[in-house]
Design a protein around this ligand. Structure first.
Ligand code: HEC
Length: 151
Protein backbone atom coordinates (compact mmCIF):
# COMPACT_ATOMS: atom_id res chain seq x y z
CA UNK A 1 0.00 0.00 0.00
CA UNK A 2 2.82 2.37 0.94
CA UNK A 3 4.66 1.59 -2.26
CA UNK A 4 1.46 2.30 -4.09
CA UNK A 5 1.15 5.74 -2.49
CA UNK A 6 4.76 6.51 -3.39
CA UNK A 7 4.06 5.59 -7.00
CA UNK A 8 1.13 7.98 -6.99
CA UNK A 9 3.37 10.72 -5.69
CA UNK A 10 6.00 10.10 -8.32
CA UNK A 11 3.49 10.02 -11.12
CA UNK A 12 1.82 13.18 -9.80
CA UNK A 13 5.18 14.96 -9.86
CA UNK A 14 6.04 13.78 -13.33
CA UNK A 15 2.56 14.73 -14.47
CA UNK A 16 3.14 18.28 -13.27
CA UNK A 17 6.42 18.36 -15.14
CA UNK A 18 5.00 17.01 -18.33
CA UNK A 19 2.13 19.49 -18.07
CA UNK A 20 4.65 22.30 -17.74
CA UNK A 21 6.73 20.89 -20.57
CA UNK A 22 3.65 20.65 -22.76
CA UNK A 23 2.84 24.28 -22.06
CA UNK A 24 6.36 25.28 -22.96
CA UNK A 25 6.29 23.48 -26.26
CA UNK A 26 3.02 25.17 -27.06
CA UNK A 27 4.52 28.58 -26.51
CA UNK A 28 7.90 28.00 -28.09
CA UNK A 29 7.04 25.86 -31.08
CA UNK A 30 3.65 26.99 -32.30
CA UNK A 31 4.88 26.76 -35.85
CA UNK A 32 6.20 23.23 -35.38
CA UNK A 33 4.36 20.47 -37.22
CA UNK A 34 1.51 18.93 -35.32
CA UNK A 35 1.38 15.18 -34.79
CA UNK A 36 -1.88 13.21 -34.74
CA UNK A 37 -1.14 12.47 -31.09
CA UNK A 38 -0.50 16.06 -29.97
CA UNK A 39 -3.87 16.51 -28.41
CA UNK A 40 -3.62 13.82 -25.76
CA UNK A 41 -0.48 15.51 -24.43
CA UNK A 42 -2.54 18.59 -23.73
CA UNK A 43 -4.73 16.82 -21.16
CA UNK A 44 -4.65 18.90 -17.96
CA UNK A 45 -2.92 17.36 -14.93
CA UNK A 46 -6.17 16.93 -13.07
CA UNK A 47 -7.74 15.01 -15.95
CA UNK A 48 -4.66 12.80 -16.33
CA UNK A 49 -4.67 11.94 -12.66
CA UNK A 50 -8.23 10.58 -12.74
CA UNK A 51 -8.32 6.91 -11.89
CA UNK A 52 -10.00 4.40 -14.16
CA UNK A 53 -12.61 2.71 -11.94
CA UNK A 54 -12.35 -0.39 -14.17
CA UNK A 55 -8.57 -0.65 -14.38
CA UNK A 56 -7.57 -4.21 -15.43
CA UNK A 57 -11.22 -5.32 -15.22
CA UNK A 58 -11.79 -8.00 -17.87
CA UNK A 59 -15.58 -7.48 -18.03
CA UNK A 60 -15.11 -3.78 -18.61
CA UNK A 61 -12.61 -4.52 -21.37
CA UNK A 62 -15.13 -6.81 -23.13
CA UNK A 63 -17.85 -4.19 -22.80
CA UNK A 64 -15.40 -1.62 -24.16
CA UNK A 65 -14.63 -3.84 -27.13
CA UNK A 66 -18.29 -3.88 -28.13
CA UNK A 67 -18.53 -0.10 -27.73
CA UNK A 68 -15.37 0.28 -29.77
CA UNK A 69 -16.80 -1.76 -32.62
CA UNK A 70 -19.99 0.30 -32.51
CA UNK A 71 -18.48 3.76 -32.31
CA UNK A 72 -14.79 3.84 -33.11
CA UNK A 73 -13.83 1.04 -35.50
CA UNK A 74 -15.12 2.80 -38.62
CA UNK A 75 -12.38 5.39 -38.21
CA UNK A 76 -9.71 3.73 -36.06
CA UNK A 77 -9.97 0.25 -37.58
CA UNK A 78 -11.43 -2.99 -36.16
CA UNK A 79 -8.38 -3.67 -34.01
CA UNK A 80 -7.54 -0.02 -33.32
CA UNK A 81 -4.48 -0.21 -35.54
CA UNK A 82 -5.70 2.76 -37.53
CA UNK A 83 -7.91 3.20 -40.54
CA UNK A 84 -8.43 5.54 -43.44
CA UNK A 85 -9.83 8.29 -41.26
CA UNK A 86 -7.97 8.01 -37.98
CA UNK A 87 -4.64 6.98 -36.50
CA UNK A 88 -3.73 3.84 -34.58
CA UNK A 89 -4.64 3.85 -30.90
CA UNK A 90 -1.96 1.24 -30.25
CA UNK A 91 0.85 3.71 -30.70
CA UNK A 92 3.19 4.40 -27.80
CA UNK A 93 1.68 7.88 -27.42
CA UNK A 94 -1.74 6.45 -26.57
CA UNK A 95 -0.71 3.24 -24.81
CA UNK A 96 1.69 5.11 -22.52
CA UNK A 97 -0.70 7.98 -21.85
CA UNK A 98 -2.49 7.87 -18.52
CA UNK A 99 -6.01 6.38 -18.60
CA UNK A 100 -7.30 9.77 -17.47
CA UNK A 101 -5.78 11.44 -20.53
CA UNK A 102 -7.51 8.97 -22.87
CA UNK A 103 -10.78 9.56 -21.01
CA UNK A 104 -10.26 13.31 -21.43
CA UNK A 105 -9.85 12.90 -25.18
CA UNK A 106 -13.10 10.93 -25.36
CA UNK A 107 -14.90 13.58 -23.35
CA UNK A 108 -13.60 16.52 -25.37
CA UNK A 109 -12.77 15.12 -28.80
CA UNK A 110 -10.44 16.85 -31.22
CA UNK A 111 -13.26 18.22 -33.29
CA UNK A 112 -11.24 20.50 -35.55
CA UNK A 113 -9.20 17.47 -36.60
CA UNK A 114 -12.04 15.02 -37.08
CA UNK A 115 -12.18 13.22 -33.72
CA UNK A 116 -15.76 13.47 -32.41
CA UNK A 117 -16.79 14.34 -28.84
CA UNK A 118 -18.08 11.31 -26.90
CA UNK A 119 -19.43 13.12 -23.85
CA UNK A 120 -22.90 11.77 -24.63
CA UNK A 121 -21.69 8.26 -23.81
CA UNK A 122 -22.18 7.76 -20.06
CA UNK A 123 -18.94 8.01 -18.05
CA UNK A 124 -18.81 4.27 -17.22
CA UNK A 125 -18.94 3.49 -20.94
CA UNK A 126 -16.10 5.93 -21.64
CA UNK A 127 -14.03 4.19 -18.95
CA UNK A 128 -14.89 0.80 -20.48
CA UNK A 129 -13.52 2.10 -23.78
CA UNK A 130 -10.36 3.28 -22.02
CA UNK A 131 -10.00 -0.15 -20.38
CA UNK A 132 -10.36 -1.89 -23.73
CA UNK A 133 -7.90 0.39 -25.53
CA UNK A 134 -5.35 -0.05 -22.74
CA UNK A 135 -5.81 -3.82 -22.80
CA UNK A 136 -4.61 -3.92 -26.42
CA UNK A 137 -1.06 -2.78 -25.73
CA UNK A 138 1.49 -1.23 -28.03
CA UNK A 139 1.58 -2.49 -31.60
CA UNK A 140 3.36 -1.18 -34.62
CA UNK A 141 1.05 0.88 -36.79
CA UNK A 142 2.89 -0.47 -39.79
CA UNK A 143 0.61 -3.50 -39.57
CA UNK A 144 -2.17 -1.40 -41.07
CA UNK A 145 -1.00 0.13 -44.33
CA UNK A 146 -3.66 2.80 -44.45
CA UNK A 147 -2.81 4.40 -41.12
CA UNK A 148 -2.24 8.12 -41.61
CA UNK A 149 1.48 8.66 -41.18
CA UNK A 150 2.76 11.21 -38.73
CA UNK A 151 3.80 14.36 -40.54
C1 HEC B 1 -15.22 10.08 -37.51
C2 HEC B 1 -13.98 9.35 -37.26
C3 HEC B 1 -13.63 9.03 -35.82
C4 HEC B 1 -14.36 8.29 -34.93
C5 HEC B 1 -15.73 7.65 -35.13
C6 HEC B 1 -13.54 8.19 -33.74
N1 HEC B 1 -12.36 8.86 -33.89
FE1 HEC B 1 -10.81 8.99 -32.54
N2 HEC B 1 -9.78 10.18 -33.82
C7 HEC B 1 -10.19 10.54 -35.09
C8 HEC B 1 -9.17 11.37 -35.71
C9 HEC B 1 -9.21 11.98 -37.09
C10 HEC B 1 -8.13 11.50 -34.74
C11 HEC B 1 -6.81 12.28 -34.86
C12 HEC B 1 -7.02 13.64 -34.24
C13 HEC B 1 -5.77 14.49 -34.31
O1 HEC B 1 -5.22 14.66 -35.39
O2 HEC B 1 -5.36 14.98 -33.23
C14 HEC B 1 -8.56 10.74 -33.57
C15 HEC B 1 -7.80 10.63 -32.43
C16 HEC B 1 -8.13 9.84 -31.35
C17 HEC B 1 -7.31 9.67 -30.18
C18 HEC B 1 -5.94 10.32 -29.96
C19 HEC B 1 -6.10 11.73 -29.54
C20 HEC B 1 -5.04 12.66 -30.05
O3 HEC B 1 -5.27 13.22 -31.12
O4 HEC B 1 -4.02 12.85 -29.38
C21 HEC B 1 -7.96 8.81 -29.35
C22 HEC B 1 -7.51 8.31 -27.98
C23 HEC B 1 -9.20 8.44 -30.02
N3 HEC B 1 -9.27 9.08 -31.22
C24 HEC B 1 -10.12 7.54 -29.51
C25 HEC B 1 -11.36 7.26 -30.12
C26 HEC B 1 -12.35 6.38 -29.55
C27 HEC B 1 -12.20 5.58 -28.28
C28 HEC B 1 -13.42 6.41 -30.40
C29 HEC B 1 -14.77 5.73 -30.21
C30 HEC B 1 -15.54 6.14 -29.04
C31 HEC B 1 -13.08 7.27 -31.52
N4 HEC B 1 -11.82 7.76 -31.31
C32 HEC B 1 -13.90 7.50 -32.60
C33 HEC B 1 -11.37 10.16 -35.72
C34 HEC B 1 -12.37 9.40 -35.15
Amino acid sequence: MKACMAMLCISATSLTWSALAAQNTQITSKAAKESVYDEIEKAPGKARAKRNPFEQNADAASAGKILFEQHCAECHGETALGGKKAPSLRAVEIQNASPGAVFWILTNGVVRRGMPVWSKLPEPQRWQLVTYIKSLGIASSEVADDTPKKP
